[in-house]
Ligand binder design. Structure first.
Ligand code: TXA
Ligand code: MG
Length: 341
């Protein structure tokens, strides 16, 4: 069934037989799971009030049940149903960044299922801005718990095709375009003063500080458990190695000397180097992917690039270091986790 407004073309685009918002809502009400696009990555959604539906999320992902999920709401106006208190700082953050890729950790309301929070007394909440996520949340009328729609520890999905790769069985997938941001939301804990950055995302520390003043970053003394911060996460099957541009030719050569072919992700400016390296031993570089040069475009393509390179049959994925500046924080974080073994 069609809906009016700007989401209609996106639903139509998914083609005959693809699920629409009404069937997605019916599935959620029946305790089933629905994958849906957000502006960051695709989410694997369940009715956040239904413990049995929440259990299915953990089972399907293969995720430990003490790793809490993010609660998605249509609007900050629903916060009162889910959190114990809404401090003024939340109003300021919501006014600036919601709907959008910011997740806030707050004390949970007593009615929030502990299955959602991994047994913790806090709940992570965000209001996504993707039109299909918004349409789904508005039509559902309640909260949707959704981790990224990938198998636990693997690379997050930024297209409907990625979701189906990880879950080829009959999971209902709302199809949208490729995700605009491409890395998961920024997570800010408001359980501490000053607030603490738990996961970097496209909304950076400086942007947050302009709105609420100083924030802390790095693991806190009694920081809540954050699976995204488990060292190995976002990882392809192929081992990943981070390499500086200067080291790249020698590292490729040393792998080749051991008879190991590599796949490479490097920014486009390395192209002259590519000529030299691939010219020298074309058979041993299975694939050379040119990543975009700006942080936003790099993030947009990152998970698709990792998934692509993972399929090239190389024994190692070599990734050129990205810049140290703040706008690359989220990307550096994900790359270092992809490389952790
Ligand atoms: O962009 C996103 O945030 C995506 C989309 C689908 O919204 N979701 C996502 O979910 O990345 P997931 O499950 O892959 O990551 C959720 C993160 C984990 O690092 C988890 O530990 C943290 O949120 N989290 C959830 N509840 C928390 C809590 N109460 N305290 C601290 N961290 C929490
Ligand atoms: Mg995830």
């Amino acid at each position: 069934m069609r809906r009016s407004g700007k989401i209609a073309p996106m639903i139509e685009q998914s083609g005959a037989g693809a699920p629409d918002i009404d069937s997605a809502v019916a599935a959620l009400r029946a305790g089933e799971l629905v994958a849906f696009p957000t502006e960051t990555v695709y989410g694997l959604g369940a009715d956040a009030r239904n413990p049995r539906a929440l259990a299915k999320v953990f089972a399907l992902k293969g995720r430990p049940t003490d790793h809490p999920l993010i609660l998605h709401l249509a609007s900050a106006r629903q916060l009162g149903d889910w959190v114990a208190t809404v401090p003024p700082v939340v109003e300021r953050l919501a006014a600036h960044f919601w709907p959008g890729p910011l997740t806030l950790v707050l004390p949970r309301a007593p009615s929030v299922p502990l299955e959602l929070t991994g047994g913790q007394q806090s709940v992570a909440v965000r209001v996504p801005r993707h039109p299909l996520a918004q349409a789904l949340l508005q039509a559902f009328g309640s909260g949707i718990a959704a981790p990224s729609a990938n198998r636990y520890g693997r690379v997050s999905p930024t297209s409907a095709a990625h979701v189906r790769e990880d879950f080829p069985t009959d999971l209902l997938v709302l199809e949208g375009d490729d995700c605009e941001v491409g890395v998961e939301s920024t997570i800010l804990s408001l359980l501490e003063d000053p607030p603490r950055l738990l996961r970097p995302g496209s909304i950076g520390i400086a942007e947050l500080e302009r709105v609420i003043g100083p924030i802390a970053s790095g693991a806190g003394h009694d920081a809540p458990r954050v699976p995204g911060s488990v060292a190995q996460h976002y990882a392809p099957h192929t081992p990943v190695q981070l390499v500086s541009r200067a080291e790249l030719p020698a590292v490729i050569e040393s792998h080749n000397a051991r008879g190991e072919a590599v796949a490479v992700l490097a920014r486009a400016v390395v192209d002259p180097l590519r000529q030299v390296v691939c010219g020298a031993s074309p058979a041993q570089v299975k694939y050379w992917r040119e990543a975009p040069e700006t942080a936003a475009a790099y993030a947009h393509d990152l998970y698709a690039n990792l998934r692509f390179l993972d399929k090239q049959g190389a024994s190692r994925i070599l990734i050129e270091h990205v810049p140290e500046s703040a706008e690359w924080d989220a990307i550096r974080d994900r790359l270092s986790r992809a490389a952790a073994r």
